[in-house]
Design a protein around this ligand. Structure first.
Ligand code: NG6
Ligand code: CA
Length: 531
């Protein structure tokens, strides 16, 4: 009794660390959610997936404490459509509009403002929502060209985010600036920004006329427009000199802004979407990573990806938030080595295999273009394991809706399947039995079970590679499927032998199923999936 009394007194007199951020966020129906999306990271680019030449200790730790999906997919083999699918729960190829291809840095927003999106759903559920890093979903309404000197909108804030600190497109595309909420960061009004993808509106040197000014490496024609920070880009930019980012500070900025968002919102449920810039081109490692990987600059920036993941995980640990935070780590499309800059990524590879032996690369509907890292950690609810369940980034919205008990309005997020039961270990069944893959030149494919069907690409198919890309480009050509193909991934994971002649009925069945998924406007839902 005496002891109990003493204990009670001690508890009452104790300061109140118990009412910390961790206690406030112990509501398991409203876990914090962080999606970390690498850019062009391959499923073979992580040591937890068997890579021996690159090391990713922080990602490995995430995987060891969560579910690592070996059959995780990006809905498209390029950035804009994949990210569109993540936020909306709809395959981007359903839209004839721009979400279907790689956007320029001055392209309008490809998600209609006010539309039901992952951040919008969570905002309505009382979450504070933020986005940091790569955006690449367009800015502005498209009626007038977006003016980077004024309020830059609509953008992330109009599709569900409360806070936004982003770079408009890719780091190889102008404008090379950060945008915080509606404003370009550090812009001097006396030096206004002008951007064009059509003609050279700048009096600044380009990679073509001044290769001597390039500080890192040369580039192909598409990437040889205005030189910014010693690197030539896609597109022309004038002005905004004080606002231009430094390539060697991108990762540090992503970490700083992500940590700041988490710290500011530690006491309430939050959703943070982090778009890392690596290992997309132009690859520039920050000083601590330069030359450290032994696999060239691409390996160095993969180490930088891993460092950023580690800093975010460390912040969750420090604030006592790790237990009740869902962390999803993935990539917007498969890997690629040469992608416009002569950065020696091919020469310095040192035996590393970014796709882990899959066929093809980014842009393509072969597995190498669409299979991506896919790890989900939620220590308080998810038992660590490796799963072979098919899962796609398009499933995040339905899965998160189920976890947070939110309704998806009928007719929205038509391709998203709720995989929460798989995550929570309630079923190990095959909840999603197929996934549609999509690449440049309008290429599509259907994976069903272990069968993979790729219809032939229309001969005159074009598009999807972005302004300035050369139609005879080898990366574009490699995406074309000259004749229909069928692979049995169970025996042939590398898609080496086309067995369509041996299994014509199977090919027919999959062709019909793909056609019906396209024409029905939605993915058929398994009985166990809610929306
Ligand atoms: C392409 C660029 C490529 C990259 C890509 C976008 C070529 C010839 N050029 O147009 O360098 O910027 O767009 O990548 O391929 S993504 O990951 O954002 O989709
Ligand atoms: Ca990408």
């Amino acid at each position: 009794m005496k002891h109990l009394h003493k204990l009670l007194t001690a508890l009452l007199l104790a300061p109140l660390p118990v009412l910390s951020a961790a206690a406030a966020s112990n509501d398991h129906a409203r876990p914090n959610i962080i999606v970390i999306m690498a850019d062009d990271l391959g499923s073979g680019d992580m040591s937890c997936a068997g890579a021996t030449k690159v090391r990713t200790p922080n990602i490995d730790r995430l995987a060891a404490d969560g579910v690592r999906f070996t059959q995780g997919y990006a809905p498209s083999a390029t950035c804009t459509p994949s990210r569109y699918s993540l936020l909306t729960g709809e395959y981007a190829w359903r839209q004839k509009a721009k979400s279907n291809s790689i956007l320029d840095g001055d392209a309008p927003l490809c998600i209609e403002p006010g539309r039901f999106t992952l951040p919008e759903m969570l905002r309505r559920a009382g979450y504070r929502t933020g986005v940091v890093g790569k955006w690449h979903l367009g800015l502005g309404d498209g009626e007038t060209k977006v003016d980077f000197n004024k309020e830059v909108k609509p953008g992330p804030l109009e599709v569900g985010f409360d806070d936004s600190y982003i770079i408009p497109a890719t780091v190889d595309r102008v404008p090379s600036v950060w945008v915080k909420n509606h404003k370009v960061v550090g812009l001097d009004p006396a030096d206004p920004i002008e951007v064009s993808y059509l003609k050279n509106i700048s009096d600044e040197p380009t990679g073509i006329d001044h290769p001597d000014l390039l500080t890192h490496y040369g580039a192909d024609e598409q990437h040889s427009c205005t030189i910014i920070n010693g690197i030539s880009r896609i597109g022309y930019m004038k002005g905004g000199k004080a606002a231009r980012f430094k390539d060697e500070e991108l990762a540090t900025t992503v970490v700083r802004e992500s940590v700041d968002f988490i710290e500011r919102n530690a006491g309430k449920p939050f959703f943070l979407s982090v778009g890392l810039f690596e290992p997309h081109v132009p690859r520039v490692a920050e000083p601590p990573f330069v030359g450290k990987s032994g696999t060239g600059v691409r390996g160095d920036v993969i180490a930088q990806v891993d460092w950023q993941v580690g800093e975010i995980l460390g912040t969750l640990d420090r604030l006592g938030l790790a237990e009740n935070t869902i962390v999803i780590f993935s990539s917007d499309n498969g890997p690629i080595l040469f992608d416009g800059y002569y950065d020696r990524s091919v020469e310095d590879l040192n035996g590393h295999n970014p796709t882990g032996g899959l066929r093809g690369w980014k842009y393509q509907t072969f597995e190498g273009g669409c299979r991506v890292p896919f790890i989900v950690r939620w220590p308080s609810e998810i038992k660590p394991r490796v799963s072979n369940q098919l899962i796609s980034l398009v499933d995040v919205i339905a899965t998160v809706a189920a976890i947070t008990d939110q309704e998806i309005p009928t007719g929205t997020s038509p391709d998203s399947i709720d995989l929460s039961a798989v995550l929570l270990g309630k079923t190990l069944d095959n909840v999603r039995d197929h996934t549609v893959q999509h690449g440049v030149a309008g290429t599509m494919a259907l994976r069903k079970g272990n069968w993979k069907y790729l219809p032939a690409t229309a001969k005159d198919a074009g598009g999807g590679m972005g302004t300035g890309a050369n139609a005879s480009d080898e990366r574009f050509a490699a995406a074309f499927i000259p004749e229909p193909m069928l692979f049995d991934l169970a025996t042939d994971p590398g898609e080496k032998s086309n067995v369509i002649a041996q299994h014509p009925e199977k090919a027919k069945e999959l062709a019909a199923e793909l056609a019906s998924i396209v024409s029905n406007g939605a993915t058929p839902k398994p009985a166990s999936s809610k929306p």
